[in-house]
Design a protein around this ligand. Structure first.
Ligand SMILES: CC(C)(COP(=O)(O)OP(=O)(O)OC[C@H]1O[C@@H](n2cnc3c(N)ncnc32)[C@H](O)[C@@H]1O)[C@@H](O)C(=O)NCCC(=O)NCCS
Ligand SMILES: Nc1ncnc2c1ncn2[C@@H]1O[C@H](COP(=O)(O)OP(=O)(O)OP(=O)(O)O)[C@@H](O)[C@H]1O
Length: 201
């Protein structure tokens, strides 16, 4: 293993595919996980430069009076318009990329995980050593998201899906695929990939 740095392994997958669930299992094996979605929200609330750019682009309603990110408002704004998705991505993703690199340098492990809904779409896959795609049938994903997020309508979930690459394309581009359907166990699949990564590093 190159002693100087940890390998960067991406975990991606469409909305509701089970990325966070898979990452929790890797977490139990001691692998540090960087959640790009969570961290993006943190940066949008705490990075003054990013905050002012978002307010400029999407208006003062982007934040509540207490300064919290108005997720419902922004979701309605961006997910219905591909141009606005591009705009928010262009503001948020460079900040997340820098923050991830800084975080990785602090980790002293063979590999770290970057969990992100968008890796191929944003080009950040190129900065990673390996990519895992979590794949599950569209119907199962929609049903799981509607159970988990009661505030989201089926039509919003479908609009979000339209902004993401199809699962089949991501399976082809990924180094590893984890199948998270109803009849496949996750833990053995995670253990197999963990073992392969440790052997390769
Ligand atoms: C618009 C926001 C505030 C809505 O927040 P909300 O809590 O309602 O949704 P959440 O973040 O959980 O997203 C729901 C799902 O939508 C998908 N999604 C999120 N952002 C994007 C995007 N830019 N393009 C396509 N799909 C996206 C993901 O599958 C995600 O799991 C939020 O999604 C956001 O800030 N997005 C832009 C930043 C971004 O791209 N984040 C993700 C990777 S860094
Ligand atoms: N194998 C499974 N069996 C049952 N429920 C599952 C399974 N995998 C995931 N889920 C549930 O489905 C929902 C979506 O999973 P999870 O949050 O891990 O997906 P995600 O890919 O991180 O989603 P998002 O992109 O929306 O953040 C969660 O409520 C989770 O508990």
């Amino acid at each position: 293993m190159d002693n100087k740095r940890s390998w960067k392994v991406g975990v991606t997958g469409g909305i509701g595919s089970g990325k966070s669930t898979v990452c929790r299992i890797f977490g139990l094996l001691g692998i540090p996980v960087y959640s790009a979605d969570d961290r993006a929200k943190w940066l949008m609330e705490h990075d003054p430069n990013l905050k002012s750019k978002i307010t400029e682009e999407f208006g003062i309603n982007s934040y509540t009076q207490e300064g919290a990110l108005n997720r419902k408002y922004l979701a309605e704004q961006v997910f219905s318009d591909p141009e606005k998705v591009k705009k928010i991505n262009a503001l948020v993703h460079p900040a997340v990329g820098l923050d991830f690199d800084k975080w990785t340098l602090e980790q002293k492990v063979p590999y770290v995980l970057k969990e992100a809904a968008l890796l191929f779409e944003t080009g950040s896959a190129k900065q990673l050593d390996k990519i895992i795609n979590v794949s599950s049938p569209l119907k199962v994903r929609i049903a799981r998201v509607l159970m988990r997020d009661p505030h989201r309508s089926e039509s919003q979930v479908n609009t979000i899906i339209d902004q993401q690459l199809p699962d089949e394309t991501k399976n082809e581009l990924a180094d590893f695929v984890i199948k998270n359907s109803e009849n496949k166990l996750l833990i053995p699949q995670v253990l197999e990939i963990h073992q392969k990564l440790l052997e390769e590093i």
